[in-house]
Design a binder for this molecule. Structure first.
Ligand code: ZN
Length: 281
């Protein structure tokens, strides 16, 4: 008698652990994915669906339904989705993946600021597309959108830098990194480096040195990126923007040092790959 078949229906401790881990990962990554996963297990049990591919299909259908439902329900709780379907406006979400993972929700105030910023940028630099990155999940204040600990209440939004291609031509609607993050602008000699010499173990300040050579050699469009930060710190401030995070070395390089332009601290993620802004409560 072998031990392997003791529990052929997969209800062993390992199966439970695997499901618990998937629930946690899906919840952390998408907020509502964990609940859809549990509902899928329940539905498959009731309907006696045992094949793995059929269970996966049940989960995908439930997750898609929950994602569409969140679009309709989240506004009742104060958050609206940035659209992944408007492909011709001046404000775009970098990838449909952000919407598929429910990472595209903001308060109405943030949406108004992002809209106005993108229209300003398109007016000042014709053809410019402002690219939105991680926003917030649809529900629950205090539920962070990892790895952004502060993106937990709808009031935060990350905007991609604006880039120039190899011949200095403006790049629009794309970022150096396929996900919009981790393609860092390296500080120039003599720039302020408040985290130099620190070696924190508990930190979201990852350097990803190994990834840097993989990204295209586009240059930061200093004119457009600086204009966006300046607009957020002036016109945006009138609309409720209270803080903008970029690294101090970039604030100096872009000449955007201002009371609203802050440093996020050494344990938070680097902010020389994107611009973060948040509005008052
Ligand atoms: Zn942010």
């Amino acid at each position: 008698m072998g031990k392997a078949n003791k529990n052929p229906k997969g209800t062993s401790g390992w199966a439970f652990m695997r499901r618990a881990l998937l629930f946690v990962i899906l919840t952390l990554l998408t907020q509502i994915g964990g609940a859809a996963f549990l509902a899928g297990i329940g539905l498959s049990y009731i309907a006696k669906i045992t094949r793995r591919w059929a269970r996966l299909a049940v989960f995908i259908c439930l997750y898609a339904a929950a994602t569409f439902a969140a679009h309709a329900v989240a506004p009742m709780f104060g958050r609206v989705p940035l659209s992944c379907f408007s492909m011709d406006g001046p404000l775009r979400v970098l990838s449909p993946l952000y919407c598929a993972l429910n990472r595209n929700y903001v308060t109405g105030d943030v949406l108004r600021v992002a809209d106005a910023l993108s229209r300003h940028m398109a007016a000042q630099f014709p053809g410019t597309v402002t690219v939105a990155l991680d926003a917030n999940f649809p529900f629950l204040d205090g539920f962070p959108l990892l790895p952004h600990l502060s993106h937990d209440d709808g009031r935060k939004l990350d905007i991609a830098f604006y880039y120039q291609g190899p011949d200095g031509e403006p790049v629009n609607g794309q970022t150096r990194s396929p996900i919009g993050y981790f393609a860092f602008e390296q500080p120039v000699a003599g720039a302020p480096l408040p985290c130099a010499g620190r070696d924190d173990l508990l930190t979201f300040r990852w350097n990803f040195d190994v990834l840097q050579p993989l990204f295209p050699d586009w240059r930061l469009d200093q004119a457009r990126s600086g204009a966006a930060v300046r607009w957020l710190a002036t016109e945006g401030r009138k609309m409720g923007v209270e803080k903008i995070f970029i690294e101090p070395h970039l604030a100096q390089r872009l000449a955007v040092e201002n009371g609203s332009v802050r440093f996020q601290g050494c344990r938070a993620a680097r902010h020389d790959d994107h611009i973060h802004f948040q509005v008052v409560e």
